[in-house]
Design a protein around this ligand. Structure first.
Ligand SMILES: Nc1ncnc2c1ncn2[C@@H]1O[C@H](COP(=O)(O)OP(=O)(O)OP(=O)(O)O)[C@@H](O)[C@H]1O
Length: 355
């Protein structure tokens, strides 16, 4: 639609209808985090663990979340698991509003809608129960899975799917760390959850075992259709999924999408990975620190709208030119706009903080 400086009433009505009919943010996603904020206050000090995080996960996805220590990954996982509540923003999982759920709904959510696997193998399983009994337990608590024999049968099927049927009568201390994590995945799947959340599930394991755990998540995703979100530091795991979302300073910053491409000439299949920056609904974008450093961009940059892209250039205005600049690169003067770190339109953002 073209915009005119003085729209007619009819044009205004058309615009209003167009924006009303536009689907809401995340309307078709299984997980929607919309400007999610979580502030912790301890001893009068406030920590903003999540600072307006946006994330959409579609049904049936198997994706990874990565980020430096303290970036907010566990905080997000605890919220999605229904163990913690956000301070502000919106979070919906499989149609449940995580901010307004009652205590009763929250319990039902934790038992039936999400399953989780934690890093510490000991946190996932009851030490005095066998593998099969551990898998039956969530069904007993939720009153699902039918009669006793049906629950036992389902437990065995899940252990079999995870490739550890032979461990069914063993207690956790009689299994390896990798076997325990695969039992933990079976436990998390017991009530057929919509989403499986895993926080560093391979953190305590060697790389070969980690590979097997990842294969178990893939099996759950492919055979049962479960949506899987894995927080990981493990580059190998991150490299195996089709989408990796990076969290930085409590916000989603970049996304890597991988897809297979067949080389037209040789017929060989290869995986192509491409990194994207996240553009939020206020139009904010974080530039990678290595890009801004390479071009010595700081404080403010000049933007130019081109036919199919937006150019971001170093601020070469007279006031900003530094003695060591050497070559000046004046903009073309066609509609260039400089934005600063405190542009009123962008709130209090620091573009590309290098953190
Ligand atoms: N219960 C809490 N009380 C106070 N601050 C907290 C609490 N939980 C987390 N934080 C703080 O919130 C920030 C994000 O923490 P979080 O555990 O989510 O990070 P993370 O990305 O999971 O880190 P790691 O990879 O080390 O587990 C950190 O600064 C952390 O110190």
């Amino acid at each position: 639609m073209t915009t005119t400086p003085h729209p007619t009433l009819a044009e205004l009505a058309d615009r209003a209808t167009a924006s009303r009919d536009r689907p809401a943010y995340g309307h078709d996603a299984l997980i929607t985090c919309d400007r999610l904020v979580r502030v912790f206050s301890t001893d009068g000090v406030e920590v903003q663990a999540l600072q307006g995080l946006d994330l959409l996960v579609r049904e049936g996805e198997l994706m990874a979340l990565v980020g430096a220590s303290g970036s907010g990954k566990s905080t997000l996982m605890n919220i999605l698991a229904g163990l913690d509540t956000p301070t502000a923003g919106a979070a919906r999982v499989a149609g449940r509003d995580l901010l307004t759920m009652s205590a009763k709904d929250r319990l039902a959510y934790r038992r039936g809608v999400v399953g989780f696997v934690w890093q510490q193998t000991s946190r996932n399983l009851m030490p005095y129960l066998t593998a099969a009994q551990n898998v039956v337990l969530p069904m007993q608590l939720a009153g699902t899975g039918g009669r006793r024999a049906a629950r036992a049968e389902r437990a065995l099927r899940l252990l079999d799917l995870m490739g550890i049927a032979d461990c069914r009568d063993r207690r956790p201390h009689q299994m390896s760390g990798g076997q325990q994590q695969r039992v933990a995945i079976a436990v998390a799947l017991a009530n057929d959850p919509a989403v499986l959340l895993a926080d560093e599930p391979t953190g305590e394991l060697d790389s070969q075992t980690a590979e097997r755990i990842f294969a178990a998540f893939r099996t759950a995703n492919e055979h049962l259709g479960t949506t899987v979100v894995i927080v990981t530091h493990d580059q190998a795991v991150a490299g195996e999924v089709s989408r990796t979302v990076a969290i930085r300073d409590g916000r989603t910053s970049t996304e890597v999408l991988r897809r297979s491409e067949v080389d037209a000439a040789t017929g060989d299949e290869r995986v192509v990975a491409r990194e994207y920056a996240m553009l939020d609904r206020a139009g904010r974008l974080q530039l990678p620190a290595e890009y801004t450093r390479a071009l010595d961009m700081r404080d403010r940059v000049a933007l130019e709208l081109e036919a199919d892209h937006i150019a971001v250039r170093r601020d070469d205005s007279d006031g900003a030119r530094r003695p060591d600049d050497g070559v000046g690169r004046p903009g073309n003067g066609l509609g260039g706009r400089a934005t600063g770190p405190h542009d009123p339109a962008s709130g209090t953002e620091r573009p590309g903080d290098g953190g």
